[in-house]
Design a protein around this ligand. Structure first.
Ligand code: AMP
Ligand code: GLY
Length: 422
């Protein structure tokens, strides 16, 4: 098979790495990829939103399957266009990607199906939103309805801050057109976890759980980011909780989407809050998490390609995936200044020595080559990923590798996985 992966981050590097290991695969391409991906796939300079360019490339290169990594092209309908052109693609259609593309759509589906999630109101009028908040009389979470590159959510500490958040999103348009509609919802308290399931429109196959670290600084301080590190499995997601999430969140969603004529195919990523009343859904994403995917791919023992094909073809009931019992952790190294103003173009040295350990894999998230030199080219730049018999061992390996990387222009959190390992 000839497979094209669409994207350029650490998630796509991990997907390319897992796909390239499949005996079914002759050649892997990545559009546009990055310097690390170029070591295992042929990178082609086509942007993720260049639908025409991607279609033309697939036809020219006789691509058998396209795997779409990021949400933006999914929400824009890349899979619909590819399939209409007779090119098989893994990922949800535009109609199904609304689960991530519109938080209001996702919340209404939950309300209709009785899926546990935070109580909410949905508004296009800031005044009505403020009346709703004042009537509740306590701080609430304010969310832009549309895609806002992983931002778009303000968790307010006070009633006053909740009201100002409404003005920020609807008045000052801090998240752009994504904030023309907002969701205001109750604050949920508990441990957060990421849960992934492969779906084929009818069936759902649980993958593994993981825990992300969203804040930029140690001890969960500072601004939110795309994710500074993740580990898998997440011990808080017990087999009972996994069964509960499948029965009360994932399967009802898959059934409702099929009934509504928007069958969901691809990876359903449930962002969960494990509350005292059980798991509740914070949000759906319609793709793998980044950096959760890097940890997941290191633990996946089975060939991923038949599972991706089965999800696309509607025969996931015939698939059984095996996982290594080991723990995996991915520690993100970001460019100084991330997330506000990451510094580009600094040189990274020492990756070969750092990646020597067979249980370590350094995925690239934002790098480019200039001659022999490897340069940082993004906010999140590397995902240093390691496995170990337990999380503590995996952590130690990942940080040992990081300490061998010579990159004064970058930083990482030193506490990824610390809570799960203690
Ligand atoms: P989201 O993009 O919806 O995952 O939100 C980003 C982050 O905001 C989540 O990872 C949570 O930490 C936080 N968050 C979102 N919704 C809530 C909620 N209802 N209660 C508490 N925290 C929330
Ligand atoms: N790591 C969270 C996300 O990919 O949205």
């Amino acid at each position: 098979m000839r497979i094209l992966v669409v994207g350029s981050g650490g998630r796509e590097h991990a997907l390319v790495w897992a796909i390239a290991a499949s005996p079914l695969v002759d050649k892997v391409f990545c559009a546009p990829g990055n310097a690390g991906i170029a070591e295992e796939a042929e990178c082609v300079p086509i942007g993720v939103m260049d639908t025409d360019g991607i279609v033309a490339f697939c036809k020219r290169e006789a691509i058998d399957l396209v795997v779409v990594g990021p949400e933006a092209p999914l929400v824009a309908g890349l899979v619909d266009v590819l399939e209409a052109e007779g090119i098989a693609a893994f990922g949800p259609s535009k109609a199904a990607a609304a689960l991530e593309g519109s938080k209001g759509f996702m919340k209404d589906l939950c309300a209709r199906e009785g899926i546990p999630t935070a109580e909410y109101g949905q508004f296009t009028d800031p005044l009505a939103a403020k009346v709703f908040v004042n009537a509740r009389g306590k701080p609430m979470v304010v969310k832009a309805d549309g895609l806002a590159a992983g931002k778009g959510v303000i968790v307010a500490d006070t009633l006053g801050a909740t009201i100002s958040s409404i003005d920020l999103i609807m008045g000052s348009n801090v998240f752009g057109p994504a904030g023309e509609k907002i969701i205001v919802e109750e604050v949920l308290v508990g441990e957060e976890a990421s849960f992934f399931a492969l779906c084929d429109g009818v069936h759902a196959l649980p993958l593994a759980s993981a825990q992300d670290h969203k804040r930029v600084g140690d001890g969960d301080t500072g601004p939110n980011t795309g994710g500074m590190g993740a580990y898998s499995p997440c011990p808080a997601v017990t087999p009972e909780i996994e069964a509960d999430v499948m029965q009360r969140i994932v399967l009802p969603t898959v059934r409702a989407m099929a009934r509504d004529g928007r069958p969901f195919k691809g990876v359903l990523f449930a962002g969960l809050m494990l509350t005292a009343e059980g798991p509740k859904l914070l949000e759906f994403n319609v793709r793998f998490g980044d950096p959760e995917c890097q940890a997941l791919m290191m633990r996946l023992q089975s060939d991923i390609v038949p599972a991706l094909l089965a999800a696309r073809d509607g025969v996931l009931n015939r698939v059984d995936l095996r996982w290594y019992e080991e723990a995996a952790i991915c520690v993100v190294m970001a460019a100084n200044g991330y997330p506000d103003d990451p510094q580009r173009g600094t040189e990274i040295r020492g990756l070969d020595a750092a990646g020597e350990d067979l249980d370590v894999k350094i995925f690239h998230a934002g790098t480019r080559r200039e001659g022999e030199r490897l340069l940082a080219d993004g906010g999140r730049v590397l995902g240093v990923t390691a496995t170990g018999p337990d999380l503590a061992a995996a952590r130690e390996r990942a940080y040992r590798a990081i300490d061998r990387i010579d990159w004064p222009g970058g930083f990482c959190r030193r506490d990824i996985g610390k809570r799960g390992a203690s």
